[in-house]
Design a protein around this ligand. Structure first.
Ligand SMILES: NC(=O)c1ccc[n+]([C@@H]2O[C@H](COP(=O)([O-])OP(=O)(O)OC[C@H]3O[C@@H](n4cnc5c(N)ncnc54)[C@H](OP(=O)(O)O)[C@@H]3O)[C@@H](O)[C@H]2O)c1
Ligand SMILES: *[C@@H]1O[C@H](CO)[C@@H](O)[C@H](O)[C@H]1NC(C)=O
Ligand SMILES: *[C@@H]1O[C@H](CO)[C@@H](O)[C@H](O)[C@H]1NC(C)=O
Ligand SMILES: *[C@@H]1O[C@H](CO)[C@@H](O)[C@H](O)[C@H]1NC(C)=O
Ligand SMILES: *[C@@H]1O[C@H](CO)[C@@H](O)[C@H](O)[C@H]1NC(C)=O
Length: 296
């Protein structure tokens, strides 16, 4: 016990601190130049801002959401800003067939794929949960299941490019708040699923990075309308938020935290979980599960 206190815990602490704070590479906008990127939920809000940043950096983008009119506007603005190319494909992520076909079409338009940015959510209002099972199911389907379908469809292309999956989540995907139980459930599900497959990729040497983005309150129209009169918290700017997501993705970080409070990443980073995950890997006979014909 004394040994643990004296050496092991400080050593683990240092290791974790190193993991967290060492960016061995610096971000430059050229990292996105000519890259082939999909952004979902790109007709407004943070998705729209990400599309504009990518356009300025000279990326090829394919955008999606339901509203054709909005997507059309965003695409023309992307072209003005200097996108290498910009297209949209409209449809609803309630429809898993659309999700799958969307990736195939986008891959054809782009001629491959470097980055899949998953950002859309179904509309949500702040309410006590009574018995709206329909909204729970819809939240799980649109906010979670379609993310799984989209990334499964994109994986072959991402493997070829050593690409990246970017999952936009929320503080509500790491901690509990009242009034958003179905939304929170869908965001926690993203962490469980994508953090698990990140372990699988690491074991199977699949070089596709997964960046989970934990965002605080951001000043998009939708969020400001939803929290108006219900919450008093300072909202952070959507433009900077969008840029931080792209930076974290380009640097292949596992998680990024973006919130108006600087304490958030420190308090929610959960070093205990990292240690448990590191130790638990040693209990698995992982080599028995690797199908070498699927993971060359
Ligand atoms: N804003 C915040 O305070 C905040 C905080 C934490 C996390 N986040 C996360 O950040 C991401 C973006 O949030 P935001 O505030 O930018 O939201 P937003 O402005 O409302 O944008 C949502 C996007 O999703 C699309 N969408 C909605 N329903 C859809 C459906 N059924 N199928 C396909 N697309 C659909 C919307 O376009 P259409 O309506 O045209 O389909 C829109 O492009 C979300 O993952 C959210 O959870 C936001
Ligand atoms: C989402 O929007 C639809 C159509 O505008 C509306 O019928 C539904 O009640 C909204 N759902 C939530 C949870 O706000
Ligand atoms: C992907 O990474 C592997 C090994 O790191 C490298 O050999 C290969 O050239 C890379 N492929 C691309 C398209 O960058
Ligand atoms: C994974 O791909 C990235 C991006 O191409 C590359 O920088 C990195 O060296 C690759 N890592 C491994 C272990 O192959
Ligand atoms: C391994 O993958 C190949 C191709 O996907 C499949 O045909 C085969 O059945 C798999 N083998 C095992 C043992 O899962």
């Amino acid at each position: 016990m004394a040994f643990m206190k004296k050496y092991l815990l400080p050593a683990l602490g240092l290791l974790l601190a190193y993991n967290y704070y060492s960016a061995n590479e610096k971000f430059t906008p050229e990292m996105l130049q000519g890259k082939k990127v999909i952004v979902t939920g790109a007709s407004k809000g943070i998705g729209e801002e990400m599309a504009y940043h990518l356009a300025r950096m000279g990326a090829h983008v394919v955008l999606t959401a339901r509203s054709k009119e909005n997507l059309q506007k965003v695409v023309s603005h992307c072209l003005e800003l200097g996108a290498a190319s910009a297209h949209y494909i409209a449809g609803t992520m309630e429809d898993m067939t659309f999700a799958e076909q969307f990736v195939a079409k986008a891959g054809k338009l782009l001629g491959g794929l470097d980055m899949l940015i998953l950002n859309h959510i179904t509309n949500t209002s702040l309410n006590f949960f009574h018995n709206d099972i329909h909204h729970v199911r819809k939240s799980m389907e649109v906010n979670f299941l379609s993310y799984v379908v989209l990334s499964a469809a994109a994986l072959p292309m991402l493997k070829q490019s050593n690409g990246s999956i970017v999952v936009v989540s929320s503080l509500a995907g790491k901690m509990a708040h009242p009034l958003i139980a179905p939304y929170s459930a869908s965001k926690f599900a993203l962490d469980g699923f994508f953090s698990s497959i990140r372990k699988e990729y690491s074991v199977a040497k699949v070089n596709v990075s997964i960046t989970l983005c934990v965002l605080g309150l951001i000043n998009t129209d939708t969020a400001m309308k939803a929290v108006s009169g219900v919450m008093t918290k300072q909202a952070a700017p959507k433009e900077e938020c969008a840029l931080e997501i792209i930076k974290g993705a380009a640097l292949r970080q596992e998680e990024i935290y973006y919130d108006s409070s600087l304490w958030t990443s420190f308090l929610l980073g959960n070093p205990g979980r990292r240690v448990m995950e590191f130790l638990s890997l040693t209990y698995f006979n992982t080599d028995r599960f690797i199908n070498t014909s699927e993971f060359p």
